[in-house]
Write a protein of this length. Structure first.
Ligand code: ZN
Ligand code: ZN
Length: 351
């Protein structure tokens, strides 16, 4: 079968041919419906190397950690899944038996240091291929919903959903506001989730006017970047500041904007992995404002994301690529030329 393989550190992936995988005990073989291309894949093949100690991410393997597909074959001991039914894949793969994994939070697995990989497509074969093998417990049923457009939800939907859920206490009580910084794939879905599950005023900011137009169409009040950005945001909140801020970029200037915009007793969640530094200061920080980060989400939350998707409350903006164009998807992602989330669709004929 054809697959997009990450073969070497600091090397662009290859489109190559590898054997079709076989499901082991407790695993399922999926015929891939869609595989989303994510910025963290670019970090993996472009920025990381062995000196960073990320042995679980060492090549080679098939990329793609935002996957959906149809059940093709069940491994030993797997029952209750219908051949041909569509599922969304929960990407993270922990030990499966620690306290965190038992609550479906494989991202914070207690045995992470000794697990062989982080997730499907992050240390073990992912979904940028015609077929994918995953543990049966990682499958969330999609019913009759479109599995192709759903693929990015397993990261670009789940990651903002988890961050927002952890901030819901800050958005209760009426008259609250949320700020989304960075309107790429995750930020756009964050706007949709905030609109769907909270009554907060959603403020969104980005450097790209077309990204802001899209967020506005989904119910956000937009504020452009620039010297007045923080003043405008504070004005929209009646001077109080924002109750829950979500930074999907995470560079030093966006973290500063987040902390300058937050309200007293507000919460700032850094989701973007750019690693921007911030110098905390008692006198300039609003009282009891929290600064935290989050990583991906839980299996239970992915069920909730799928419910919102099936109810039509979340619609990922996707750009589809056939297998022949899979590398073009990564090239465009790296070059910043995508407007929606790139999804590789192996069954799609190439134009
Ligand atoms: Zn990702
Ligand atoms: Zn675990």
């Amino acid at each position: 079968m054809r697959a997009v393989v990450f073969e070497q550190w600091k090397t662009f992936p290859s489109l190559t041919s590898i054997p079709k995988p076989t499901p082991g005990p407790g695993e399922v073989l999926l015929k891939v419906a869609g595989a989303g291309a994510c910025h963290s894949d670019v970090a993996v093949f472009h920025d990381y190397d062995e000196s960073m100690g990320m042995t679980q991410l060492a090549p080679s393997y098939v990329l793609g950690h935002e996957n959906s597909g149809w059940v093709e074959e069940l491994g030993e001991g797997v029952t209750g899944l219908e051949i041909g039914a569509a599922y969304l894949v929960y990407g993270p793969i922990g030990c499966g038996h620690c306290a965190a994994c038992s609550r479906g939070q494989d991202t914070y697995c207690a045995n992470a240091a000794t697990n062989p990989s982080l997730a499907s497509g992050l240390g073990r074969d992912g979904g940028m291929a015609e077929y994918l093998v995953v543990p049966a417990r990682n499958l969330v049923p999609l019913g009759d919903a479109d599995p192709i457009a759903a693929a990015p939800l397993s990261d670009a939907g789940l990651t903002p959903y988890h961050a927002i859920k952890n901030s819901l206490k800050n958005l209760q009580g009426g008259g609250k506001s949320a700020l989304v910084i960075g309107l790429g794939g995750l930020g756009q879905i964050a706007v949709q989730i905030l609109t769907a599950i909270t009554g907060a005023t959603v403020i969104a900011t980005d450097m790209k006017p077309e990204a802001m137009e899209r967020a506005a169409a989904n119910g956000a009040v937009t504020v452009a970047g620039g010297p007045d950005q923080v003043a405008q945001i504070r004005e929209l909140t009646g001077g109080n500041g924002v109750d829950a801020v979500f930074d999907f970029v995470g560079i030093a200037p966006t973290v500063r904007t987040a902390m300058a915009s937050v309200a007293r007793q507000g919460r700032v969640t850094i989701v973007g992995i750019a690693g921007g530094k911030y110098e905390w200061d008692f006198y300039s920080t609003p009282y009891e404002a929290e600064l935290t980060n989050t990583y991906w989400g839980t299996i239970e939350e992915l069920y909730e994301v799928v419910a919102l998707y099936r109810a039509g409350k979340i619609t990922p903006d996707v750009e589809l690529f056939g297998m022949d164009d899979a590398l073009e998807a990564y090239r465009k992602l790296e070059a910043g030329e995508l407007s929606g989330r790139a999804v590789v669709v192996p069954s799609r004929a190439t134009a």
